[in-house]
Design a protein around this ligand. Structure first.
Ligand SMILES: [Zn+2]
Length: 87
């Protein structure tokens, strides 16, 4: 997964989490972050869960798996952990 390969700089990865678009590996449909957020959420993997397999991993970042709006396959990208209250 290419998004995980760039997890060296937590600050950069977090900044990119809300700007980079994601492309479906099955049908090549491309989704901006805003559109990605509206796709059906299949699963969200927390930072703690990712850290068990991949280190280092920044706090505040999770992996979200959403369903492609065109072909219905699952696609994953990094995202910020949503807070219930502003920091
Ligand atoms: Zn697709």
């Amino acid at each position: 997964m290419t998004t995980l390969a760039v997890a060296r700089s937590p600050r950069v990865v977090l900044d990119q989490a809300e700007t980079k678009s994601v492309r479906c590996g099955a049908c090549s449909a491309q989704f901006s972050y805003a559109v990605w957020r509206k796709l059906t959420l299949v699963e969200r993997v927390s930072a703690g869960e990712v850290r068990r397999a991949i280190v280092p991993w920044p706090d505040g970042m999770c992996i979200e798996i959403r369903r492609c709006a065109r072909c219905n396959k699952e696609l994953a990208r990094t995202g910020r952990v949503e807070r219930t209250r502003p920091p």
